[in-house]
Design a protein around this ligand. Sequence first.
Ligand code: CU
Length: 133
Amino acid sequence: MIPPVAPSALPPRGAPPAARRSRIRGGCLAFAASVCLLGGVGTVFAADEAATVSIREMRFEPAALTVKAGSTVRWSNDEKRSSHSVLFKGEGGLESDRLLPGEQWQRRFDKPGRYPYVCGPHPEMAGVIEVQP
Ligand SMILES: [Cu+2]
């Protein structure tokens, strides 16, 4: 049960409600932090965290992923029927095996840079891994 707040505990009308305002600001910060944690855009994974790209409905999700150098990125085929691959055309055509539904493939990124990729059998499916120093 929450005890009722005595009127004298509230800041007087007209005066800057400092106590109330700081409490609100703290709430906003907590909210912003949770948005950052949940949002895919701008999320940077540390080297020891696993970053996973889900493949479903003919898309890489998230299509753009930022990781720290030394990170391993795992692709997981979460489709019901379609098989896919992960093909990096820029690196001599490094390509995963064909991933059947439920299969995964992973690769480590040691060098900072931009690594665009597509799906071998479905070149319209595209994604990019940004590797930060
Ligand atoms: Cu595909």
